[in-house]
Every structure is written in structure tokens, then in C-alpha cells.
Design a binder for this molecule. Structure first.
Ligand SMILES: [Zn+2]
Length: 425
């Protein structure tokens, strides 16, 4: 017994519709004839809907929804030292669970089926992923000046998390190792983390060349850009998710292209924090795999992948004064396909045998009428309110606009009350 969706649109001309059948956790067939409906199948009418395989939010800190709107317009250091860190220090493991669930709920509502997340109290992050039914690549964000100063303990915490959660939740949970950045982790910590990544077979997930000052400082300290420095310590010898890469030069880009690196482009976060605009067209042209992430809600303030992909092409075209940059198919592929391989998914989502991670958009709205081309509709006109249904591994997480695995009201109320508790301590 499976689910059969008839006459649903997919990326391409609006006239191209398919029948799609999934069974258990995988896609059983695409474009079958009517005879592919099997006895006991749930039959759904896909007329007026678009099916995609779900966005991969390639870099986020889900639990940071707690900091949404807390202090938006201050310099980074003030924001961290006076607002974020004092609250983060008071967070209990259970708080991270509720905040992560809120972030996941927001992501599902914008058509996200997979998250690449870095935070702490990761057992709670993993619990939220397991219970909500989404897919994720999770890591514990290590901050350690040296092995002696916190490093050994941070690596042990990371290792325990990797061993405890890799492949859990029927394989929906994958794990990575995360030295937070080159400027928050010492070189000995980095070298151990790389060694451990080889030993455990996990990717690395870190922040790279986010701000101009990071790059300038690093050149003064080491004579190298962050990317060249990472190459010099062999950090690209394992698959890496490199968040941001805003300030990368031609040589950096060549290095990124030559190694198994997925760049997580976070345009709204980079704009909000005044960090700059990443050279996405140059990276793509050089062959770098570039995915899209929201970063945490503190620096966004949304976890809305539809909005994120729209901002991606908008910024590049305005910056380069060229309307041919990042056409709709490219930017849609960045948001859907580019983040898949690092979390172990097959390259193409809508294909037979692939996990049944599906998102349905209503294309029959005022702002999406008439529908000429589905990639253009998604990139230029759609919004997250058009998402009606979300499935991961064939299980409905959102059905006709209703969250099925998360009690939305309860989660909002828990997050409001924990913020109240922390602020009034
Ligand atoms: Zn980040």
C-alpha cells in the first residue's frame, strides 16, 4: 500500500505533469500510467500543485529562534557579549529541545525537509529531529582555544554525540564534527578534529570567511586566507560544509572547487549582519557546489527557504547589474539539490528509489497565476504560505497546511515561557 498523487506539476513547463507514487519510505514510480495505482493506495489529486523534493537548509542553528528579534541592530560583538551569551549560558537542555522544535516547525512550513544544524545540547536537537520526522546533519559546535583549554573535552563531547546518534531515527539523522571556526578553535583542536573526522567517517561543518575582518586578521596572523589556511592543515581531506564564504578570492575559490566542499550561502544573514555578498556566480562558474542556508534566526530573522532563494538571485543581480545571473533553475537547484550529497541523499530527489521527501506547493494562488514555468514560479513568485504538504521518508509532516508531528501551540507557549523565565531570573 502506497500513496498515489495524480497530475502533479514538477519543475519545468507548467504543462508537464506527472503521476507520482511512493510506498514506505521511498518513491516507487514517476509518471506511471493509471495502472500503477495499486490496491489499497491512498489516492490524492495533485491538480494545481507543484511537487519538489524538499529544500535542504544547508546551514542553521535551529534553537537560535529564541534570539529572534532580541537585539537586531547592534554590532556583532555587542550582540554576542551583551545579549546572546548571557542567555545561552542559562539554557537548559530541555530549552534547546523546545527551541529546536520551533525552528523545525518553521522550516517545515517553508518546504524544508532537511536541516544542517550546528549547536550545543545536541542530544536535545537530535531528539527534536527524531520526533518531528525531518532529516538532518547535526553537529556539536566546538569552541576551544587549544586542546588543553577545553579542546580535549569538546572533542570528547563531539565524539560521544557522533557515536550516539549517527544513523539514528531510521537513518534520518547524520552527524558531523564542527570546530566552530578557525578563530574560535586552536590549530591543535582543528588537527585532532580532522583526524577524528577521518576515523569516524564524518564530514566537517564550520564557518569560513564570513567577514572581511576575519580574513584580514587571519592574513596578519598566518599570512594566509582562511581557505588557504584550512587547506594547509588538510581540512579539505574530508567532505566539508563551509558556511558563508563571503570573502573568498580567486585562489580560494579554486581550492574550494578542487575539494569535496559544499558551500552554504546564507545571503540574508550576511546582509543583516553587514558582512557582504558572497561571489556566488564566480564560485558556481568555477565548479564549487553552492547550497543555500538561513543561518540561525537571530541573524535572519526567519528560517524560510523560499525567501532565502529569492534573496539569493536578487542580491547578485542588483550587485552585478545583470539580469542573467542565477536564473530560476539554478537558484532552485541550489536550494533543493546542492545540499543533498553531504547529508547522504542521492543527487536527484524526484527519482525512483529516492527517499520519499516531498513538498507540495499550491500553484493556484493569485500571486502564482498564470503558471508559465514552475522554476520561475518558485524562485520569483511563490512564498512559504503556498506550501500545503510535506513528507519525509513517506511520512506526512504537514498535511493540508496542518503540522502533523509537532504541536505548534504547545511549542510556541513553551518557548515564550522559557524566555520569560530566563529574562526574569
Ligand atoms: Zn552559523
Amino acid at each position: 500500500m502506497g500513496t498515489f498523487i495524480r497530475n502533479v506539476r514538477r519543475i519545468g513547463p507548467s504543462s508537464s505533469t506527472i503521476d507520482l507514487r511512493f510506498e514506505g519510505d521511498h518513491i516507487a514510480s514517476l509518471s506511471p500510467s493509471e495502472s500503477a495505482v495499486q490496491a489499497g493506495d491512498i489516492e490524492l489529486d495533485g491538480k494545481g500543485k507543484l511537487a519538489i523534493s524538499g529544500f535542504v537548509n544547508a546551514h542553521t542553528h535551529l534553537a537560535m529562534v529564541l534570539f529572534r528579534g532580541l537585539a537586531d541592530d547592534v554590532p556583532l560583538q555587542v550582540w554576542l557579549e551583551e545579549h546572546v551569551w548571557p542567555i545561552e549560558q542559562q539554557l537548559q537542555p530541555q530549552d534547546v529541545y523546545w527551541c529546536t522544535l520551533l525552528g523545525i516547525a518553521e522550516g517545515i512550513r517553508s518546504g524544508t525537509t532537511a536541516f544542517i544544524d550546528m549547536y550545543f545540547h545536541c542530544d536535545q536537537v537530535a531528539r527534536a529531529v527524531e520526533e518531528s520526522g525531518v532529516r538532518a546533519l547535526l553537529s556539536y559546535g566546538m569552541i576551544a582555544p587549544s586542546l588543553e583549554d577545553r579542546g580535549t573535552a569538546e572533542l570528547a563531547t563531539s565524539k560521544a554525540f557522533v557515536k550516539g546518534w549517527h544513523g539514528q531515527a531510521d537513518g534520518r539523522i547524520q552527524v558531523a564534527l564542527s570546530p566552530h571556526s578557525i578563530y574560535t578553535c586552536g590549530e591543535d583542536v582543528w588537527r585532532k578534529a580532522i583526524e577524528l573526522a577521518h576515523e569516524l567517517g564524518t564530514p566537517l561543518h564550520t564557518h569560513v570567511s564570513e567577514t572581511r575582518s576575519e580574513v584580514d586578521d587571519w592574513k596578519v596572523r598566518t599570512g594566509m586566507t582562511p581557505v588557504r589556511y584550512l587547506q594547509s592543515i588538510d581540512a579539505f581531506s574530508v567532505p566539508m560544509l563551509a558556511a558563508h564564504c563571503v570573502h573568498v578570492d580567486k585562489d580560494d575559490i579554486a581550492i574550494l572547487a578542487d575539494h569535496p566542499v559544499t558551500v552554504a550561502h546564507c545571503p540574508k544573514s550576511n546582509a543583516k549582519l553587514g558582512s557582504g555578498i558572497a561571489p556566488v556566480p564566480a564560485m558556481k562558474q568555477a565548479g564549487v557546489r553552492v547550497a543555500i542556508g538561513t543561518d540561525g534566526a537571530a541573524s535572519n530573522n526567519r528560517l524560510d527557504m523560499v525567501e532565502e532563494l529569492r534573496v539569493t538571485w536578487m542580491l547578485q543581480r542588483a550587485l552585478h547589474e545583470d539580469p542573467t545571473y542565477l536564473v530560476s533553475q539554478d537558484v532552485v537547484a541550489m536550494a533543493i539539490d546542492a545540499g543533498r550529497s553531504i547529508i547522504g541523499l542521492p543527487e536527484k530527489g524526484l527519482s525512483e528509489g529516492a527517499p520519499a521527501d516531498l513538498v507540495l506547493f499550491d500553484t493556484d494562488r493569485i500571486h502564482t497565476t498564470p503558471p508559465h514555468n514552475m522554476a520561475a514560479m518558485l524562485a520569483y513568485a511563490a512564498n512559504s504560505g503556498d506550501v500545503t504538504d510535506v513528507y519525509v521518508d513517506g511520512k506526512a509532516l504537514l498535511k493540508d497546511g496542518e503540522l502533523r508531528t509537532i504541536d505548534e501551540e504547545r511549542v510556541k507557549s513553551e518557548v515564550r515561557s522559557l524566555l520569560h523565565r530566563i529574562k526574569n531570573r
